[in-house]
Design a protein around this ligand. Structure first.
Ligand code: GLA
Length: 387
């Protein structure tokens, strides 16, 4: 736990609102494999991490609600009676969206104040937005005794993202952030929203994230377009979702659809199979196979699903050229953010230092290296600041 952040949000809250807050942590997530499969009712393999959003929150007796985003040094005042989305891209939409969706679910809340701060950068593809949504719904559920289950809460967070942030996301991020388990990754079936935890034995390897520190424009609209394409194709095949489609089914309509749509659907079908195979490889402690599947995933994301970018492709290619990396791929929605890498522990420092130099030389920009631990999902932090 980041004690410094806990203390910062707590002290800021007390100095602004003169009362003791409830403290909640909600983690970001990584995803080992299974990208863009969640909204196709498929499989994903995420884990919550030890970095995320810390919120200090309490009921308020004033006429409206105040939420302070400490990282941005911004705040919003709003009334529970007049909720509407702000322009796309604003952080406030995550808060307003969650509150609106709680009301839509027939639950009633009173005014509140909150202060939040995080230790995952927005745009890193580590789901700081899902962490923020979950932190708000979870803490409001506790403060106002709403009796929402964790399943209810993640659906509220997801709807906030759909209706206020205007991204038609799947359920992976909110699920991983809410249900994460220390030292485990979750093999999640996005159709019935249940998961099996896997304790991964990384042996002489470790997971390292490398942030390109870029987030290209239009990523949200490209995301929504990809989802629409997948839905169009599954409809054409009378399937509920691409999860139900086999490669040979897709082959039958190949001539009727644009080649790029065919490639996108084929990617999803293959990625879903890779994710199932990854679970088998992990169960057998077969890191080589896992690594190979991770590289294949990137290739599909880049050349077929077309959600990568030069910076991500460069980082993955360098990893591929090296003998100390078993697997690497872009992670999350794409068009920037992080790659996830399975790197030999002993060689990790040298590899990432050399890579950072090459990245800087090529793009005139620094990349960032993150080491993360697989951690528990959204939870209240005790008064003594321990888990
Ligand atoms: C974003 C979305 C998720 C998922 C990934 C891609 O993180 O929020 O629902 O679709 O992209 O796998």
């Amino acid at each position: 736990m980041n004690t410094e952040l806990v203390n910062t949000v707590k002290e800021t809250f007390i100095s602004k609102f003169n009362t003791d807050p409830l403290l909640v942590f909600s983690p970001g997530r990584i995803n080992i494999i299974g990208e863009h499969t969640d909204y196709n009712d498929g499989f994903v393999f995420p884990a919550a991490v030890d970095k995320g959003i810390y919120v200090a929150i309490q009921k308020s007796t004033s006429q409206d609600c105040t939420v302070i985003a400490l990282d941005l040094k911004e705040h919003i005042n709003f009334s529970l009676q007049t909720l509407k989305p702000l322009e796309v891209g604003r952080w406030e939409n995550y808060i307003l969206g969650v509150v609106a969706e709680i009301k839509k679910a027939g639950k009633s809340i009173g005014n509140f104040n909150a202060v939040f701060k995080g230790d995952i950068p927005a745009g890193a593809g580590m789901s700081s937005s899902a962490a923020l949504e979950n932190s708000i719904v979870f803490s409001l559920n506790a403060l106002f005794e709403l009796k929402l289950s964790k399943e209810d809460m993640i659906l509220i967070s997801q709807k906030a993202e759909h209706n206020y942030a205007k991204v038609k996301c799947g359920i992976m991020d909110q699920y991983a952030s809410m249900f994460g388990m220390e030292n485990n990754a979750l093999h999640l079936d996005c159709r019935n929203v249940t998961s099996k935890p896997y304790k991964i034995n990384f042996k002489a390897y470790q997971l390292v994230l490398i942030n390109t520190n870029v987030k290209h424009n239009l990523s949200d609209s490209a995301y929504n377009e990809r989802r629409a394409t997948c839905e169009r194709i599954s409809k054409l095949l009378n399937a509920k979702a691409l999860r139900d489609v086999k490669e040979k089914d897709l082959e039958r309509i190949k001539a009727q659809i644009p080649e790029e749509d065919y490639n996108k659907a084929l990617y999803v079908i293959q990625e879903n199979t890779r994710t199932i195979n990854a679970a088998k490889a992990i169960a057998q402690n077969d890191l080589e196979t896992l690594g190979r599947l991770i590289f294949e995933s990137h290739k599909g994301l880049s050349t077929m699903y077309k959600v990568s970018c030069n910076e991500l492709d460069f980082l993955v290619q360098e990893a591929k050229n090296s003998t100390v990396v078993l697997g690497a791929r872009m992670m999350g929605g794409g068009f920037g953010g992080c790659t996830i890498n399975l790197i030999e522990k002993e060689a990790s420092k040298t590899f990432t230092e050399t890579l950072a130099k090459a990245y800087k030389k090529t793009f005139n920009r620094d990349c960032s290296i993150y080491h993360v631990k697989l951690a528990n999902g959204t939870h209240i932090i005790n008064a003594n600041n321990s888990f």
